[in-house]
Write a protein that binds this ligand. Structure first.
Ligand code: FAD
Length: 308
């Protein structure tokens, strides 16, 4: 109930204006968002690199209905990738892109524009010597996003996919994508989805996550285990060992600001750990999804508003 209310608020312009206008929100946002500029993102990347970790950088933004804004997002990624290259960090950091930030929802030719824009970002990533992963948004975009992924992979076979274990369809998508060289990030899923397409019960989502993990680990691709759940992390470790995978044939992924100690532990023990680092001004939707994932975050947020 609380989760779905927060996820509905994540798409409400009214609540957005209220939350963004409150100056006391900023310090809480900082826990999850690494800053606003490419330089902030690069400095977070450097700090994580120094602790033995890898990074995927997300220039925040989503759901744009403005072609100019989509172009600006492409330019922001190109700029950030050139800074990464110049700083010698491209071997440690790739980028994550939301197709809705680069035009997928534009009323005319949205999908075509998103593909062209994503292609520009892939070209900049290739020039910098790194890769791109396409984030997955709500279920209405899954077919379109996987279609664009297929097109991009013709020229950029390293383009990563994201699959969400809460969707009923995802086991089959895992089978389809567990092919040689295919980078697939498996997460539980962060949006509010109807029962017609998604498991509603946490235990069911967890069981689906394990089934999907098994398919990916036994397949020929490169699984990216995106979860902070200690049970999922430990099952992934066991499944990888059983499938005879060595430490660099899969990776763990977690979000910036969440379970940082566990991130350091995995990296220190020789696991490949990638941190998803979000930065930029358009933090509202991302921040609200983080609040929805854990009621304690909301309490922390509300308390900070009251006590500051
Ligand atoms: P949960 O069962 O939700 O949490 C397990 C434990 O992790 C909790 O008990 C708590 O200790 C900790 N935890 C989890 N979330 C939080 C939080 N917000 N704050 C504090 N502690 C927390 N979702 C998408 O729909 N599309 C994407 O493209 C996408 N990309 C992602 C990329 C990465 C690298 C990661 C890690 C997640 C991504 N997600 C994405 C979010 C994901 O779907 C989940 O919503 C999120 O990771 C919480 O699920 P969990 O697996 O950590 O397990």
């Amino acid at each position: 109930m609380l989760r779905s209310t927060l996820l509905a608020a994540a798409r409400s312009q009214g609540v957005r204006r209220l939350v963004e206008a409150n100056p006391l929100t900023k310090p809480v946002v900082k826990r999850f968002v690494a800053g606003t500029t490419p330089e902030d993102a690069v400095s977070a990347t450097r700090a994580l690199r120094d602790q033995g970790m890898h990074v995927t950088l997300d220039h925040l933004g989503e759901d744009t209905l403005d072609a100019q804004q989509a172009d600006d997002t492409v330019r922001a990624y190109q700029r950030m990738l050139s800074v990464l290259k110049a700083e010698g960090l491209a071997d440690r950091a790739e980028v994550s892109v939301k197709l809705s930030a680069v035009g997928q929802f534009l009323p005319t030719d949205g999908e075509k524009i998103a593909l062209e824009n994503a292609r520009l970002i892939c070209e900049a990533a290739a020039d910098a010597g790194t890769t791109v992963t396409l984030d997955m948004e709500d279920h209405t975009t899954t077919d379109s996003t996987l279609g664009i992924l297929r097109d991009l992979r013709v020229d950029f076979p390293w383009t990563g996919a994201v699959l969400q274990a809460y969707l009923h369809r995802t086991e089959q998508d895992c089978r389809d994508l567990a092919t040689e060289g295919s980078r697939v990030r498996l997460c539980k899923g962060a949006y509010s989805e109807p029962a017609s397409v998604a498991y509603q019960d946490k235990a069911e989502v967890d069981r689906s996550y394990v089934r999907c993990l098994k398919i990916l680990m036994e397949g020929a691709g490169y699984p990216m285990v995106a979860s902070h759940d200690p049970r999922m992390v430990s099952i992934a470790t066991d499944l990888a060992a059983r499938a005879g995978r060595d430490a660099d044939s899969f990776e763990y992924q977690m979000l910036y600001g969440i379970r940082a100690e566990e991130q350091r532990r995995i990296a220190a023990e020789g696991g490949k750990l990638r941190v998803y680092v979000a930065y930029g001004d358009e933090w509202y939707g991302y921040f609200m999804r983080r609040l929805a994932e854990r009621p304690a975050n909301l309490v922390f947020f509300l308390r900070s508003l009251i006590t500051q």
